[in-house]
Design a protein around this ligand. Structure first.
Ligand code: ATP
Ligand code: MG
Length: 413
């Protein structure tokens, strides 16, 4: 080991060698594929990262490096409080769309010994086999990648006694030599993947208090859509319970985008009007069309370019192919249905993972349970629906409902 050239150590001096700064390294997901628009996407991602940590009271600095983002505590703080702050930042980053991995890292002086010391510390208390992977973004570093990996591997083995396994290690230590420092980290934790929120534009999610629509919202945020939420309550014919649920759901989903907006429409009277217009077996589909029309009117005000629903083909009688076709006819905006091909069990597993399930399972009186016909039409005919709508000027009604929507801010920070 002592045969390795340690020239850069001498160049760094003692003060720099003492550098041991906690930080978070963020690996980019699909964003890396985006060619010449990449800079714009990176800026969006940086904005989203700032939004996600806003309210933590931690000042941060974001550095864009080749293929990775370095999230630092401003002024390069060190010590126990800084370690805890970096942990908190890493936790928040796990919900930021567009990041494939989140790695708590240490930033040390550009010196092999400093990197080895950090690696030894980072791997304390781990189990099983390990490997070291080193790379240099700065090729002028005095030690080449394999020498560096060998040096650090030997130090870890001496300190902890873990066996080396280069093909299937339990723990991988990454060492990345950059322009003016070295980053040392283990494999970290998976991020959300997907694309940065906002990269694909805006959408309005029709969100009931149920299980499906929050999952649909999550999926579309993950594909880069900034989502607003629109909830229809049965008020004044029902209590406000479903509104509380929608609020709770939007708040939970806000961790993925920050700055969420929730709009609530009291839909009970409009449902009554549909019933008295003779909707009969078409009541449910007619209600859903009116929801979509209201959504479209609101989307125009919000500059949202699509509606999102939690429909899944055939899951309930209003979701037959014929009925879905009749729903599409109600509006010009595209209706995105990310759950169309999923089973309920798959949707529930995802709802559990993103922590919306426990809110969706709270009891409420959904507006759709009001005025339910004894038999629901499974093959709605578009002409019949249009005839019902003509009797109550559905488009005007939708405009009025959208204008009367109450806005809430379920954002966390
Ligand atoms: P969910 O679990 O999302 O309520 P669901 O399986 O109960 O869905 P439906 O009740 O037929 O199915 O609703 C289908 C979709 O219509 C929902 O996913 C949602 O996008 C929209 N929707 C239904 N009810 C409401 C509501 N009260 N407010 C807003 N959107 C609604
Ligand atoms: Mg529902």
């Amino acid at each position: 080991m002592s045969a390795l050239p340690l020239t850069s150590r001498a160049a760094c001096g003692d003060a720099k060698t003492a550098l041991r700064e906690p930080c978070v390294l963020l690996k980019l997901g699909e964003i890396v594929l985006k060619g010449k628009n990449r800079q714009q996407f990176e800026r969006l991602l940086h904005d989203n990262i700032r939004r996600a940590v806003h309210g933590l009271g931690i000042r941060v600095q974001i550095w864009q490096r080749e293929g990775v983002i370095v999230l630092r505590l401003a002024d390069g703080q060190t010590g126990q409080a800084a370690e805890a702050a970096a942990d908190l930042l890493a936790g928040r980053m796990r919900n930021v769309m567009g990041l494939s991995r989140v790695c708590r890292a240490v930033r040390v002086a550009k010196d092999p010994e400093a990197a080895a010391a950090a690696a030894v510390e980072l791997t304390a208390g781990r189990h099983g086999t390990f490997a070291v992977r080193a790379r240099r973004r700065d090729k002028r570093f005095g030690v080449n990648s394999s020498q560096l990996a060998t040096l650090i591997g030997a130090r870890i083995q001496r300190a902890h006694g873990y066996p080396v396994n280069l093909s299937h290690p339990d723990v991988t230590v990454y060492v990345e030599v950059d322009q003016s420092e070295v980053f040392v980290f283990t494999e970290g934790l998976p991020g959300q993947g997907g694309l940065p929120v906002g990269m694909s534009g805006r959408a309005l999610v029709l969100m009931s208090g149920g299980i499906d629509s929050p999952v649909a919202a999550y999926r579309m945020m993950r594909r880069g859509l900034r989502c607003g939420f629109l909830h229809f309550s049965g008020m004044p014919l029902t209590g406000p319970e479903s509104v509380y649920k929608a609020y709770g759901l939007a708040r939970e989903l806000d961790k993925f985008q920050a700055g969420s907006r929730l709009f609530v429409v009291a839909f009970g009277r409009a449902q009554q009007r549909l019933a008295t217009s003779g909707a009969g077996r078409l009541q449910i589909v007619a209600q859903r069309r009116l929801m979509l029309k209201t959504g479209e009117a609101l989307a125009r005000r919000l500059h949202a370019a699509a509606l999102v629903t939690g429909d899944s083909l055939g899951q309930v009688s209003s979701q037959t192919l014929a009925n879905i076709t009749a729903l599409d006819d109600a509006v010009k905006l595209p209706i995105l249905r990310p759950l169309i091909g999923l089973d309920k069990t798959e949707i529930m597993a995802e709802a559990r993972r993103i922590a919306t399930l426990q809110i969706s399972e709270l009891p409420d009186q959904d507006c759709c349970s009001l005025l339910t016909p004894r038999q629901v039409e499974t093959r709605a005919r578009i002409e019949d629906l249009r005839r019902i709508e003509a009797r109550l000027d559905a488009d005007d009604l939708a405009e009025e409902l959208a204008a009367a929507a109450q806005e809430h801010s379920p954002a966390r920070s």
